[in-house]
Design a protein. Structure first.
Lengths: 243, 243, 243
């Protein structure tokens, strides 16, 4: 299975062109769009989102990950192998949290170039051909060479006390793993101090709370309402952990 | 074929994760997203939309239907067989109109549990595995037991004189089957009384009218314009039938 | 491969129903949605977008193209063969630029009717069945008869000095082929005169510029910003070419 994690947006030609390249290169392989709306051009919140959602897929999955504000600059293009999954994308921190949470993750720099490379669309012209090759069983060593993990220079925290994604229902996902928080912890946002609830139906309509979502992240929600507009939350909003 | 009818939204991880589960469980089966933007958390208008659009698919289709504001509460999880199609989803009225319009529809309560169930995402953790099994030929009786249809307690009408969906062009779909209305009937909305036209090009640009859409619903439209903003229509807006 | 180029929108039932028809008629064929948000009901800018993006696909691709404000009127339904690709859709100018840029393109009028035709959804009821048949190898002559190209009556220019699409990042695509412009040409929009840059990272954050995008169109962008809101651009905005 090839999984797409990008900020290409739902509209327009980008996801379609990348899917066409993947399909040409790996004809029998299912292609699943997980996020086409990862935090736009913001690798840091995207890194926490990817770590939580990528780990849900079985070993052997190839994840094509493109949140790439530096496209056209000299940032490296990399492959990361972690817990049996293969991640392909730009080296801008997007894989830092995946690597930190895995045991024995490895990073390679892509040296194979499949053909002419447009300066603005490496997702289509470089990362997708590499992902298709790897999905069909090509060894990583054929396309890339071992590279040093440079995440230490960014020194991002293990968990991010910020909103990293707003979903369709207006729920606000944090970069905090719920299982690492005390069940009695409160999350402070917008002057409020929110308690944990097991699920939506455990609180009154209109009440704000936090819960551990279906991929393990602490998520702020309002039953029968939108947390984003009610609480003024957006990607990057800070969360206070109150024990 | 497996068809998705959900309010998961176009963005975010929900449709992707459900598609991944379906693909793992039913690898050769085409998966079609019909609606990812069914009326959000509103089973009543969604029920009329589903009845009109689900019936368009051939017998043998499995429809995975999730508009589920009660997820995590004790609402039942069900399978409905109607006219040779199989519907899987929550028992909150979403299937009431499908059942009423079919001859001899049957309802089962799902008793098979495929594994750990997150409190907030039964679409992925329960309904998708059930749909995949049924799509690959498992008998319903292996996963579910006969259950009573409780639609009588909701007593929703045969047709709903309300807007049930606004489409991309701003057209407003009603919950009324067009063939049951007199061709001379007028539909009253926002202080206007709209006549029927055969199609868009039969009226002047800017004119509002109703017509029978390509799935049989009475639909309110404005030629070369948007009915929703022009007429102030939204999901739930009432329609008066003027004969 | 079957490629969708439509203004159906991302939401709602239209893309799903068309995909279901294609899948039923051409079961093994990959179906790629390239644009579901082509310029809504505006064949002229859509024609320049289609010419630039359709040509990216390999020979043998069938492109199902629906931007069809005249559906239900007597506009012709056509098949165009150009450079080994097959285009299916309404005859309203959408294929004018594809034809003009190809050598020896041919046009046919569709005469085969697959079944009942709803007045408002020829994409599903006519164009998709035709596209599926052609994708599975049916000769065009079985479904259509040679027809005259009537693009001369529209006399659209070779390149369109207007914005034809705004993408997810707020970049504004013009209908101008970048390779036909002098590298020193400036593009005038909203009282500004923009220079060309090779790529985003070649200009300062916040700076507006134009560049040749990954499909050859001149595109107006703002590094780390949105060109559409910053410069007040929308589909149809005029561009001045300043040499």
């Amino acid at each position: 299975m090839i999984v797409l994690f990008t900020d290409f947006g739902l509209a327009g030609p980008y996801t379609g062109q990348v899917t066409a390249v993947l399909n040409q290169g790996a004809p029998e392989m299912p292609i699943i769009s997980l996020f086409a709306d990862a935090p736009s051009e913001r690798p840091k919140p995207a890194a926490y989102l990817l770590a939580a959602y990528g780990a849900w897929f079985p070993a052997g999955t190839v994840l094509l990950c493109v949140v790439d504000p530096g496209v056209g600059s000299d940032r490296r293009a990399v492959v990361v192998e972690a817990e049996g999954r293969i991640y392909v994308g730009p080296d801008n921190g997007l894989f830092d949290i995946v690597i930190r949470r895995a045991s024995g993750a490895q990073m390679w720099e892509i040296i194979w170039h499949p053909g002419p490379l447009s300066p603005s669309f490496h997702g289509r012209d470089l990362f997708a051909p590499v992902a298709a090759r790897l999905a069909t069983g090509a060894p990583i060593t054929e396309l890339a060479q071992p590279a040093a993990d440079e995440s230490v220079k960014r020194a991002w925290p293990d968990d991010l006390a910020e909103i990293v994604y707003i979903d369709h229902y207006g729920n606000a996902l944090t970069g905090l793993r719920g299982a690492l928080l005390s069940p009695k912890a409160r999350l402070g946002v917008s002057g409020l101090s929110l308690r944990r609830a097991a699920t939506f139906s455990a609180v009154k309509p209109g009440a704000a709370f936090w819960y551990i979502n279906s991929n393990g992240l602490a998520e702020i929600a309002v039953n029968a309402g939108r947390a984003d507009t009610t609480l003024g939350l957006t990607i990057g909003s800070a969360i206070a952990i109150e024990n």
